[in-house]
Design a protein around this ligand. Structure first.
Ligand code: NAP
Length: 310
C-alpha cells in the first residue's frame, strides 16, 4: 500500500479523490491537510509543514488545492522527497509547471499532472476512431453553470483561477488527446464580467495542419441542460462525444451506452497511473492543454459583459 496525503479538502477531494483512494487496493489514505476540511477517520492536519515533518512514511502527496496556492505546496513536497500528484490545471502558469518538472527531475521523484477528463469512458474509443481519418471539422461546445459546479468558489474569478477555462481546459485535454494532429489557437474572444478578473465565456478558433475547421465555445452561464460535446466530421463519417466523453455516437449510432456515473472510473485510473509513476520515479506532465489556455489569454479579444454575482 502506498501512503498518500490528500491536500486541500474541498469539492473534488471529497467527491472523487477520497473515494478513489479508499476503494483502491494500492493506496492508503494516511492523512489530510486542509485549513478547515477533514475526512472522517483520517488523521487531519491544518498545516502542511507539520504533516510533512510528522509523517516521513507518507511518500506521496496529492494536491487538490486551487492552482495558485498549489505551486508552493508542490515545490516544497518535491524538495522534501515526496512524490506529487497534481489536480488539473497543473499550475497557474506554464513556467510554474516547467519549474516543478525540473525539481522533480533533480530529486528523481514522480510527478503527475493529471487530466481526469482524458479518463472518461469513450476517449480511447474516439482517439482510435480518429486515427488515420482525415478531419474536416471539429466543433467543441462546453456550456455549464458555474453556480452549480463551483458553488461560492471565489478563486475561479481571481487571477490564475482561469475562469471558464477551469472546465474549458478539460475540453482542451480531450481534444489534444484524441486528435492525431496538433492544432493551435489563431483567434480568441473572451467575455469578462465587469466585476471579475477571469472570463465567463470564450470563443476560440484553431489552425489545423490539413485545414480542418476547428472551433471551441466555452460558456459558464448555461442553465438547464449542461452541454459538453465534441463533434468531429471526417472523410469517413462523423463522431460525436457527449457528456464530456462519457458517451459516443459514430454516424448517429450510439456505440455503448454510458455508465450511470460518467466520472466513476476517471479518478481510479489516475491513481493507478500514479502508482506506476511512483514505482518508476516517472514524470507525466503533458502541458498541451495549458499551452492553449495561455494562447487564448495572449490573443484574447476582451469584451466586458454583465457583472457576475453568485
Ligand atoms: P474547492 O472546493 O475550492 O477546494 C479546494 C480546497 O483547497 C478548499 O476547500 C480549501 O480548503 C483549499 N484552499 C483553497 N484556497 C487555498 C489557499 N489559498 N491556500 C491553501 N488552501 C486553499 O475547489 P475544487 O472544486 O475542489 O477544485 C480544486 C482543484 O480541483 C481545481 O484545480 C479544480 O480545477 C480541480 N477540479 C475540480 C473539479 C470540480 O468538479 N469541482 C473537478 C475536477 C478538477 P481549506 O479551506 O480547508 O484549506
Amino acid at each position: 500500500m502506498i501512503k498518500v496525503a490528500l491536500v486541500g479538502i474541498g469539492k473534488i477531494a471529497i467527491d472523487q479523490h477520497a473515494p478513489a483512494i479508499t476503494n483502491s487496493s494500492e493506496w492508503e489514505l494516511s492523512a489530510t491537510v486542509s485549513r478547515r476540511g477533514k475526512l472522517p477517520g483520517i488523521p487531519a492536519f491544518s498545516d502542511f509543514d507539520t504533516m510533512l515533518a510528522s509523517c516521513p512514511d507518507i511518500r506521496v502527496v496529492s494536491l487538490c488545492l486551487p492552482p495558485v496556492p498549489r505551486f508552493a505546496y508542490a515545490a516544497k513536497a518535491l524538495r522534501l522527497g515526496r512524490h506529487v500528484m497534481l489536480e488539473k490545471p497543473p499550475g497557474s502558469t506554464l513556467s510554474e509547471c516547467h519549474a516543478l518538472r525540473a525539481i522533480a527531475r533533480t530529486n528523481r521523484l514522480a510527478l503527475y499532472a493529471t487530466w481526469h477528463a482524458r479518463e472518461a469512458n469513450k476517449i480511447a474509443v474516439a482517439k482510435a476512431w480518429l486515427k488515420n481519418k482525415r478531419l474536416h471539422k471539429i466543433k467543441v461546445i462546453w456550456k455549464e453553470d458555474v453556480r452549480r459546479w463551483h458553488p461560492d468558489q471565489q478563486w475561479v474569478w481571481e487571477p490564475g483561477g482561469l475562469g471558464v477555462f477551469d472546465p474549458g481546459i478539460n475540453a482542451l485535454s480531450i481534444v489534444t488527446e484524441i486528435l492525431p494532429d496538433s492544432i493551435y489557437i489563431t483567434e480568441s474572444s473572451l467575455e469578462f464580467p465587469a466585476n471579475r478578473q477571469t472570463p465567463i465565456a470564450a470563443s476560440l478558433r484553431f489552425a489545423h495542419p490539413h485545414g480542418a475547421d476547428a472551433t471551441m465555445i466555452l460558456d459558464w452561464r448555461q442553465q438547464g441542460t449542461q452541454v459538453w460535446t465534441i463533434e468531429a466530421k471526417t472523410d469517413q463519417g462523423k463522431l460525436l462525444l457527449l457528456d464530456g466523453g462519457a458517451q459516443i455516437q459514430i454516424d448517429g449510432q450510439d456505440t455503448i451506452l454510458t455508465d450511470d456515473h460518467p466520472l466513476s472510473g476517471e479518478y481510479a485510473n489516475l491513481y493507478t497511473r500514479m502508482a506506476q509513476l511512483v514505482a518508476d520515479g516517472g514524470i507525466d506532465m503533458d502541458l498541451e492543454p495549458m499551452r492553449h489556455v495561455a494562447d487564448a489569454f495572449t490573443l484574447g479579444h476582451r469584451m466586458t459583459v454583465d457583472p457576475f454575482e453568485w
